[in-house]
Design a protein around this ligand. Structure first.
Ligand SMILES: [Zn+2]
Length: 255
Protein backbone atom coordinates (compact mmCIF):
# COMPACT_ATOMS: atom_id res chain seq x y z
CA UNK A 1 0.00 0.00 0.00
CA UNK A 2 1.53 3.29 -1.09
CA UNK A 3 0.31 6.86 -0.68
CA UNK A 4 0.94 9.38 -3.44
CA UNK A 5 4.03 11.52 -2.88
CA UNK A 6 1.90 14.67 -3.06
CA UNK A 7 -0.46 13.43 -0.36
CA UNK A 8 2.47 12.47 1.90
CA UNK A 9 4.08 15.88 1.39
CA UNK A 10 0.83 17.69 2.17
CA UNK A 11 0.30 15.63 5.33
CA UNK A 12 3.92 16.19 6.42
CA UNK A 13 3.49 19.94 5.99
CA UNK A 14 0.37 19.96 8.18
CA UNK A 15 2.23 17.83 10.70
CA UNK A 16 5.14 20.26 10.94
CA UNK A 17 2.70 23.17 11.38
CA UNK A 18 1.02 21.35 14.28
CA UNK A 19 4.39 20.45 15.82
CA UNK A 20 5.40 24.10 15.77
CA UNK A 21 2.05 25.12 17.28
CA UNK A 22 2.53 22.81 20.27
CA UNK A 23 6.18 23.84 20.58
CA UNK A 24 7.71 20.47 19.66
CA UNK A 25 10.33 22.06 17.43
CA UNK A 26 12.45 23.30 20.35
CA UNK A 27 12.72 19.95 22.11
CA UNK A 28 15.39 17.22 21.93
CA UNK A 29 15.03 14.50 19.29
CA UNK A 30 13.53 11.88 21.64
CA UNK A 31 10.78 14.26 22.76
CA UNK A 32 10.16 15.25 19.13
CA UNK A 33 9.92 11.59 18.05
CA UNK A 34 7.51 10.62 20.82
CA UNK A 35 5.47 13.79 20.26
CA UNK A 36 5.18 12.99 16.54
CA UNK A 37 4.12 9.41 17.27
CA UNK A 38 1.44 10.71 19.66
CA UNK A 39 0.09 13.02 16.96
CA UNK A 40 0.20 10.21 14.35
CA UNK A 41 -1.65 7.90 16.73
CA UNK A 42 -4.37 10.51 17.27
CA UNK A 43 -4.67 11.03 13.51
CA UNK A 44 -4.81 7.25 12.96
CA UNK A 45 -7.64 6.76 15.45
CA UNK A 46 -9.65 9.63 13.94
CA UNK A 47 -8.98 8.51 10.33
CA UNK A 48 -9.87 4.90 11.09
CA UNK A 49 -13.20 5.98 12.58
CA UNK A 50 -13.98 8.19 9.57
CA UNK A 51 -12.93 5.43 7.16
CA UNK A 52 -15.24 2.93 8.85
CA UNK A 53 -18.17 5.36 8.68
CA UNK A 54 -17.48 5.92 4.98
CA UNK A 55 -17.37 2.17 4.34
CA UNK A 56 -20.67 1.84 6.17
CA UNK A 57 -22.23 4.45 3.87
CA UNK A 58 -20.97 2.60 0.80
CA UNK A 59 -22.56 -0.68 1.89
CA UNK A 60 -26.09 -0.66 0.46
CA UNK A 61 -27.85 -3.52 2.22
CA UNK A 62 -31.11 -4.41 0.48
CA UNK A 63 -32.18 -6.75 3.23
CA UNK A 64 -30.29 -8.05 6.24
CA UNK A 65 -31.03 -11.60 7.26
CA UNK A 66 -30.85 -12.82 10.85
CA UNK A 67 -29.24 -16.13 11.83
CA UNK A 68 -32.75 -17.41 12.52
CA UNK A 69 -33.66 -16.78 8.87
CA UNK A 70 -35.98 -13.78 9.45
CA UNK A 71 -35.41 -10.38 7.87
CA UNK A 72 -34.00 -7.72 10.20
CA UNK A 73 -35.35 -4.19 10.66
CA UNK A 74 -33.12 -1.14 10.29
CA UNK A 75 -33.07 0.75 13.59
CA UNK A 76 -30.62 3.65 13.54
CA UNK A 77 -26.92 4.47 13.32
CA UNK A 78 -25.35 3.09 16.43
CA UNK A 79 -22.06 4.15 17.99
CA UNK A 80 -19.37 1.53 18.58
CA UNK A 81 -15.84 1.51 19.97
CA UNK A 82 -12.94 -0.75 19.07
CA UNK A 83 -9.45 -1.02 20.50
CA UNK A 84 -7.19 -0.72 17.45
CA UNK A 85 -3.44 -0.21 16.99
CA UNK A 86 -4.23 3.51 17.41
CA UNK A 87 -6.02 3.05 20.75
CA UNK A 88 -9.78 3.34 21.29
CA UNK A 89 -11.55 4.33 18.07
CA UNK A 90 -15.20 5.37 17.80
CA UNK A 91 -17.48 5.17 14.76
CA UNK A 92 -21.19 5.06 13.90
CA UNK A 93 -22.69 2.42 11.65
CA UNK A 94 -26.08 1.10 10.53
CA UNK A 95 -27.68 -1.22 13.06
CA UNK A 96 -30.42 -3.79 12.51
CA UNK A 97 -32.57 -5.82 14.91
CA UNK A 98 -34.42 -9.07 14.20
CA UNK A 99 -38.18 -8.72 14.61
CA UNK A 100 -38.43 -12.30 15.76
CA UNK A 101 -35.52 -13.13 18.08
CA UNK A 102 -34.53 -9.45 18.75
CA UNK A 103 -30.84 -10.05 18.07
CA UNK A 104 -28.97 -6.95 16.82
CA UNK A 105 -26.44 -6.78 14.01
CA UNK A 106 -24.25 -4.23 12.19
CA UNK A 107 -23.43 -5.45 8.64
CA UNK A 108 -20.25 -3.34 8.49
CA UNK A 109 -18.82 -5.16 11.54
CA UNK A 110 -19.56 -8.51 9.93
CA UNK A 111 -17.98 -7.49 6.62
CA UNK A 112 -14.73 -6.25 8.18
CA UNK A 113 -14.44 -8.81 10.98
CA UNK A 114 -14.99 -6.27 13.77
CA UNK A 115 -16.36 -7.10 17.23
CA UNK A 116 -17.63 -3.92 18.90
CA UNK A 117 -15.94 -3.21 22.24
CA UNK A 118 -13.12 -5.65 21.44
CA UNK A 119 -9.54 -5.63 20.21
CA UNK A 120 -9.09 -5.46 16.40
CA UNK A 121 -7.28 -8.21 14.50
CA UNK A 122 -4.32 -5.90 13.81
CA UNK A 123 -3.77 -5.12 17.49
CA UNK A 124 -4.54 -8.68 18.66
CA UNK A 125 -1.61 -9.97 16.62
CA UNK A 126 0.80 -7.54 18.32
CA UNK A 127 -0.53 -8.33 21.80
CA UNK A 128 -0.13 -12.06 21.21
CA UNK A 129 3.40 -11.61 19.86
CA UNK A 130 4.40 -9.83 23.08
CA UNK A 131 2.35 -12.20 25.24
CA UNK A 132 4.17 -15.33 24.06
CA UNK A 133 7.58 -13.81 24.75
CA UNK A 134 7.25 -12.47 28.31
CA UNK A 135 4.84 -12.52 31.28
CA UNK A 136 1.53 -10.77 30.50
CA UNK A 137 2.20 -7.96 33.01
CA UNK A 138 5.65 -7.32 31.52
CA UNK A 139 4.22 -7.53 28.00
CA UNK A 140 1.66 -4.84 28.87
CA UNK A 141 4.51 -2.55 30.05
CA UNK A 142 6.51 -3.17 26.86
CA UNK A 143 3.48 -2.61 24.68
CA UNK A 144 2.75 0.72 26.32
CA UNK A 145 6.15 1.98 25.15
CA UNK A 146 5.56 0.72 21.62
CA UNK A 147 1.89 1.60 21.22
CA UNK A 148 1.80 4.73 23.43
CA UNK A 149 -1.35 3.57 25.23
CA UNK A 150 -1.98 1.13 28.01
CA UNK A 151 -3.50 -2.30 27.38
CA UNK A 152 -4.45 -4.31 30.47
CA UNK A 153 -2.60 -7.53 31.42
CA UNK A 154 -5.90 -9.35 31.05
CA UNK A 155 -6.36 -8.18 27.47
CA UNK A 156 -2.84 -9.35 26.59
CA UNK A 157 -3.58 -12.72 28.24
CA UNK A 158 -6.94 -13.10 26.47
CA UNK A 159 -5.53 -12.40 23.00
CA UNK A 160 -2.40 -14.54 23.55
CA UNK A 161 -4.50 -17.48 24.74
CA UNK A 162 -6.84 -17.07 21.79
CA UNK A 163 -3.91 -17.36 19.36
CA UNK A 164 -2.61 -20.32 21.40
CA UNK A 165 -5.98 -22.02 21.03
CA UNK A 166 -5.95 -21.45 17.26
CA UNK A 167 -2.45 -22.93 17.08
CA UNK A 168 -3.52 -25.97 19.10
CA UNK A 169 -6.48 -26.54 16.79
CA UNK A 170 -4.24 -26.29 13.75
CA UNK A 171 -1.72 -28.74 15.21
CA UNK A 172 -4.52 -31.16 16.11
CA UNK A 173 -5.62 -31.01 12.48
CA UNK A 174 -2.05 -31.75 11.28
CA UNK A 175 -1.88 -34.74 13.65
CA UNK A 176 -5.17 -36.06 12.35
CA UNK A 177 -4.16 -35.56 8.72
CA UNK A 178 -0.80 -37.28 9.31
CA UNK A 179 -2.75 -40.46 10.08
CA UNK A 180 -4.85 -40.33 6.91
CA UNK A 181 -3.24 -42.24 4.05
CA UNK A 182 -5.34 -40.54 1.37
CA UNK A 183 -4.37 -37.07 2.66
CA UNK A 184 -0.67 -38.02 2.75
CA UNK A 185 -0.80 -39.38 -0.79
CA UNK A 186 -2.60 -36.24 -2.01
CA UNK A 187 0.01 -34.03 -0.33
CA UNK A 188 2.85 -36.01 -1.88
CA UNK A 189 1.28 -35.58 -5.32
CA UNK A 190 0.90 -31.82 -4.79
CA UNK A 191 4.34 -31.24 -3.31
CA UNK A 192 6.28 -33.64 -5.57
CA UNK A 193 9.79 -34.77 -4.74
CA UNK A 194 11.44 -32.04 -2.70
CA UNK A 195 15.18 -31.35 -3.11
CA UNK A 196 17.28 -31.93 -0.01
CA UNK A 197 18.34 -29.00 2.18
CA UNK A 198 21.97 -28.09 2.81
CA UNK A 199 22.92 -26.04 5.88
CA UNK A 200 26.11 -24.01 5.87
CA UNK A 201 28.10 -21.95 8.35
CA UNK A 202 30.97 -19.57 7.68
CA UNK A 203 33.46 -18.18 10.16
CA UNK A 204 36.73 -16.32 9.90
CA UNK A 205 39.91 -16.18 11.96
CA UNK A 206 43.12 -14.11 11.57
CA UNK A 207 46.29 -16.25 11.46
CA UNK A 208 50.03 -15.54 10.82
CA UNK A 209 51.00 -17.08 7.46
CA UNK A 210 54.45 -16.72 5.90
CA UNK A 211 55.22 -13.65 7.96
CA UNK A 212 51.92 -11.85 7.42
CA UNK A 213 48.47 -11.92 8.98
CA UNK A 214 45.77 -13.31 6.76
CA UNK A 215 42.18 -14.25 7.38
CA UNK A 216 41.18 -17.88 7.09
CA UNK A 217 37.58 -18.78 6.34
CA UNK A 218 36.13 -21.95 7.80
CA UNK A 219 33.13 -23.28 5.92
CA UNK A 220 31.04 -26.17 7.18
CA UNK A 221 28.29 -27.80 5.12
CA UNK A 222 25.75 -30.13 6.69
CA UNK A 223 23.02 -31.89 4.73
CA UNK A 224 19.65 -31.34 6.45
CA UNK A 225 18.34 -34.25 8.51
CA UNK A 226 21.70 -36.10 8.52
CA UNK A 227 24.43 -36.05 11.12
CA UNK A 228 27.18 -36.48 8.53
CA UNK A 229 29.50 -33.47 8.21
CA UNK A 230 31.09 -32.80 4.87
CA UNK A 231 34.86 -32.23 4.70
CA UNK A 232 35.62 -28.75 5.95
CA UNK A 233 36.79 -26.34 3.30
CA UNK A 234 39.26 -23.70 4.32
CA UNK A 235 40.19 -20.68 2.28
CA UNK A 236 42.40 -17.69 2.81
CA UNK A 237 41.04 -14.22 2.23
CA UNK A 238 43.20 -12.74 -0.46
CA UNK A 239 41.35 -9.57 -1.41
CA UNK A 240 43.82 -6.90 -0.32
CA UNK A 241 45.94 -9.57 1.41
CA UNK A 242 48.72 -8.78 3.89
CA UNK A 243 47.94 -7.07 7.16
CA UNK A 244 44.97 -5.14 5.80
CA UNK A 245 41.54 -5.05 7.39
CA UNK A 246 39.69 -8.31 8.02
CA UNK A 247 36.85 -9.31 5.68
CA UNK A 248 33.39 -7.97 6.32
CA UNK A 249 29.95 -8.79 4.93
CA UNK A 250 29.85 -8.28 1.18
CA UNK A 251 33.58 -8.84 0.55
CA UNK A 252 34.55 -11.08 -2.39
CA UNK A 253 36.40 -14.10 -1.14
CA UNK A 254 38.92 -16.16 -3.09
CA UNK A 255 38.24 -19.77 -2.19
ZN1 LIG B 1 -33.70 -13.58 14.37
Amino acid sequence: MECSTKAVEAMAEIMVQEMNKVGLGDEDIRTVEIGMREILREIGAKALGQYLEEQDEKGQEEAVECQCGKEMDYQFKRQAKILSVFGWTSYRRKYYVCTDCHVGQAPLDGRLGIAAGQVTAGLAELLALAGVEVAFEEAACWLERFLLFRVSDNTVRKETEWFGQLQQEEEAQWQQQSQEVSWLQQRQREMGQQPGRLYGSLDGVMAPLKGEWRELKNIRLVPGGKSEILPKATAAWTAGGGTKRPASAGDQLSL
